[in-house]
Design a protein around this ligand. Structure first.
Ligand code: ZN
Length: 199
C-alpha cells in the first residue's frame, strides 16, 4: 500500500534538506505525523519565524535579526582585524574555537568559473568599501582548502593589496579539500594562530 500523498510530499521536502537522505526523511516524516499536532505546529512555526527574522548583516554578511550583527556592533572586538570567510556558518566555526577577537567578512562563496561564480558575484566590493571606512590593518583569509578556496585567496590578496594592509591566510593543517565547517576547534584555533603573510 503506498503512503498517503501528504506524507509522500513531506518526505520529499525533508529529503531536499542538506544531510537528510531518503531513509532519514522517511523516519522524520513518520515521526512528525504521529506526534502531537501542537509539537508539529511548534516546529513549523519555528522554521517560519527563523526564516522571516533572519537576514544578512549589512556590513559583514553574518546571519542576524538586526541590520548589523552582534559582532559588528561589539566595540570590544578588534576592528583592525577582519577575517574573510566563505559562508555565514564559517563564523560560528571560528567563534567556537574562541581564538579570534577581530571582525568578519562573508564573501558568500568562492570564485569558481566552472560553476559560473565570478568575483563580481561575491561580496568583494563591499570589503573594499570597508577598507576605506574602517581602521582595518590586517585581513585574515580563512577559506576552504580546495582549489577554488586557494584561487579565491590569491585573487583577494592581489586585489586588496594596498600600503599599510597586511593580508594573511590561516595556516594549513585543515583537512585538504574541505571547508571550515569540518574542522575541529583545536585545528581551527591553531590554523588561525599560525597564519602567515600571503605573497
Ligand atoms: Zn556583521
Amino acid at each position: 500500500m503506498p503512503l498517503p500523498d501528504s506524507i509522500t510530499q513531506l518526505i520529499a521536502e525533508l529529503n531536499r534538506l542538506p544531510g537528510i537522505g531518503p531513509r532519514s526523511a522517511e523516519r522524520i516524516a513518520l515521526h512528525l505525523v504521529l506526534s502531537e499536532v501542537a509539537a508539529a505546529r511548534q516546529l513549523s512555526e519555528a522554521i517560519l519565524s527563523a526564516r522571516e527574522r533572519i537576514r544578512l548583516c549589512a556590513l559583514c554578511g553574518a546571519l542576524t535579526e538586526e541590520s548589523r550583527c552582534d559582532i559588528c556592533t561589539d566595540a570590544r572586538r578588534d576592528a583592525s582585524l577582519v577575517c574573510v570567510v566563505e559562508q555565514p556558518v564559517d563564523i560560528f566555526s571560528i567563534e567556537k574555537s574562541g581564538t579570534f577577537r577581530g571582525k568578519y567578512h562573508v564573501l558568500g562563496g568562492k570564485i569558481s568559473p566552472l560553476d559560473g561564480v565570478e568575483p563580481d558575484d561575491l561580496r568583494i566590493a563591499d570589503l573594499e568599501k570597508r577598507l576605506e571606512s574602517e581602521p582595518i590593518k590586517e585581513i585574515v583569509v580563512a577559506l576552504g582548502t580546495d582549489v577554488e578556496g586557494d584561487a579565491t585567496g590569491f585573487y583577494l590578496a592581489k586585489r586588496l593589496a594596498r600600503p599599510g594592509l597586511r593580508i594573511t591566510r590561516i595556516a594549513h593543517g585543515l583537512p585538504a579539500g574541505t571547508g571550515l565547517e569540518f574542522a575541529d576547534e583545536l585545528t581551527l584555533s591553531r590554523a588561525l594562530e599560525g597564519r602567515r603573510d600571503m605573497e
